[in-house]
Every structure is written in C-alpha cells, then in structure tokens.
Write a protein that binds this ligand. Sequence first.
Ligand SMILES: Cc1ncc(COP(=O)(O)O)c(C=O)c1O
Length: 402
Amino acid sequence: MNQIIPYGKQEITEDDLTAIIKILKSDFLTQGPAIAAFEKAFNEYIGCKYSIAVANGTAALHLCAMALNVKPGDKVIVPPISFAASANCVKYCGGDVVFSDIDLNTLTLDFDKVKLLLKSAAPGTFQGIIPVDFGGHPVQMDLFRALADEYGMWIIEDACHAPGGYFTDVKGEKQMAGNGKYADLAIFSFHPVKHIAAGEGGMITTNDEALYHRLLTLRTHGITRDQSVFKNSIVEVGGDPTKGQYPGWYMEMQELGYNYRLTDFQAALGQSQLKRANAGMEKRLTIAAKYEAAFSNIKGIQTTYLNNPSGEKFRNGHHLYIIQVEDRLGLYNNLRSKNIFAQIHYYPIHLMPYYRALGSKPGDMPVAEKYYAHCISLPMYPSLKAEEQEYVIDNVISYIEK
Ligand SMILES: Cc1ncc(COP(=O)(O)O)c(C=O)c1O
C-alpha cells in the first residue's frame, strides 16, 4: 500500500461541509443556536436529559471535577489504562489520583479490586471514581453506582471511547454509555480519531439538573445571566429598583470558571456527524467481527473482541480494536514498514514521570503493566476499506506466523 493506513481517521462529507459553511455565513460563530441544537441532538442519541458542549474532552473532565467540588486532599479512583486526561482532571483541582488496576478481560477498572480498595480504607477516604469505557467497552455502571452509593462517592464516566456502546443492567435494561442513568456525569471527546469529529470538542452528559446549571456557568467563566440567582443588588449595579429589574447588560460572575466553550461551526460539524453515528457504529462492529474471525484461531494473537454475538446484551463502542501479542515492538515496526500505522493505547498513566514523581512505581498495577507490554491497536474507523483491512490482517498474520 502506498497510502498510510492509520489506526483511526475522521471522515468529512459534503453534508458536513455544508453544515459548517452555513454557520460561517450566519451571525454566530460562537455562542449561537448551533450549540443548543447539537446538545439536544446529543441528548437524543445518548438518551440523557442534559448535554453541555465544551471545548474538548479534557475541559469536560476538568469542569466535571470542578462541579463535583474536587478539592485538595480528595482521593479519586482512576484506572491506569486510559488517556492521561482521565486522571489529570483530579490534579487540576488539587485532588489525589489513586490508581486501581484493570481487569484483563474487559480492560476496564476491575470491580472487585475497587471493592477491596474501598473496604481496606477508612470510611470516607475516597470521594469519587472515574471509570473509563476503555477502547469502547462500556463499564457495568450499575455495579459501580451501588458501590459508590455505599461509600458516598460520585462517579464521572469517561465515555470518550464508547458513544453508541451499551451494557445491560441488572434489571435487564439496555443502558447507553454515558446516558447519565448511573454516573453523576459522563464525558465525550470530539477529537478527530473519535466517533464524532469536530476538530476539537467535548460533551458532558448528565441527568442531574443542578449539576447541569452549574456546568453551564463554569463553561463560561462562572458567569450567569439568570436574574433570579443574582447576588448583587439592583441599585448597586445601576438597575431600576421600582421595576425590580436588573439592567439588560448585567451579568454576574459568581465563581471562578473558564472559557471552555465550543464554537458554533464545530457544533454544526459535530451535529452533522452525529447523523451518521449509527451507520458508523455498524461499520465499526463489522470491522471488529472481521478481525475477530481472522485472528481467533491464530496462535500468538489474543483478541479482545468482547461483543455478545447476538449483540443484545452488550455492545462495545469500538473506538479501538486491540490485540495482544508477544513481540509487540516487532509487530509494530513491521506494520509501520508496510504503511500500517498501528498505535499503542496506552502507556500506563501511573508510570508517566509526572505520576511517578507523586509516588507510583513499576509493579503497582501488574495487570495494566502486563497488558501494556503486549497491546497494539489496529486500524479501526468506519471508512476503512475492505481491501485495506484485509491487507492489515494479512500482514499481522504473516508476521505472527513467520
Ligand atoms: C479516554 C479519554 N479521555 C479523555 C480524553 C481527552 O479528550 P480531548 O482530547 O478531547 O481533550 C481522551 C482523548 O484522547 C480520551 O481518549
């Protein structure tokens, strides 16, 4: 192949371009109606009550940690296998990240290990938990909710990898990743390698009205325009006390927030892409099934395709398709020489120099570290052509069987 096959790739259609241009020709490049329209469409897709569009997934995590009042000394449980942002949001607010190992089957937080961690500590030691739907595998969030309630903790679900994925809860009900039924807040990213590409962009979802209103103000400097909650007096700010009215221009900064807004043209692109999300999901499932069929009988390749074949109980969102092999570096280099740009997700967060300086060390998370030594993510995106995937499969198998 002359063309590079990356591990993930956005797809921009004529409809996407039309949607962006419409906004560029309109009155609002930011803070206009496209944001609310995207948020409403996202509510419908994910099945949550409220969505808050923000600048990127990291900003989404930061705002969630702020909205849940993470403060210095707070301890938050995070898996070591994720993008660093899943942990960093705790540090932004001065809290402490406590890593808990993953389950080698699901590659997400090991529920039993979290349970043990909580049991072994004094009550009230931990304030929150950030399960990550890693690779697209939706965490069994109802179990974590029960545990969080028992210990008085909040949950932020990092659903960046799993829009469109779902699990079935103990009541037998299908729950879309990030739908706000069990987690207090969930977050998504619209980075180009993700399911919905907006350049940069993110979304927070929740069913909690109070958190929703707080997040709306935190997204824009902690400023509110809602007269019913203003704290300063009408007279002081130059309004008309006889009419009980604040002046039209007045807005109030009530707490420290940020400018974490999304632009309207990014929102329009996101909404346009969202229309293809179901079709994209189907393609991801087809690609995963084809990899699985090709690799399942090859000695030396461990697959992590976790779907129930009936597709009813569980659906992996398949941001990634990961295999584990003995000679990972050799396979990676060999694929690169063939223009297949596979990727590694992820180097364990607790072994990043920043977190080592805070006390973590090799051996702390044995399952995550073992997984990291062997994992490799193969190309997975809806526009991956059949012949490209066959080329990837042939090259992986011929390297492993050499
Ligand atoms: C699991 C996970 N969480 C958070 C993020 C952060 O999202 P963003 O890149 O939009 O800031 C990413 C993106 O790479 C991610 O993969």
